[in-house]
Design a protein. Structure first.
Length: 50
């Protein structure tokens, strides 16, 4: 049986009009990726600044 830790996380834009829900096993890395993609129209989180 697997014994890994996974995190469910929710981010939003500053006006809280759009939410992004994700699952990861490396939360700090994933949140950093969202930050780096901010404003990138190729990604959902970047397009909506989540």
């Amino acid at each position: 049986m697997f014994n890994s830790k996974y995190f469910v996380y929710i981010t939003s834009n500053t006006t809280r009009s759009t939410f992004y829900i994700g699952v990861t096993n490396e939360l700090p890395r994933r949140l950093d990726e969202h930050y780096q993609n901010s404003g990138d129209s190729k990604t959902f989180a970047g397009r909506y600044n989540c």
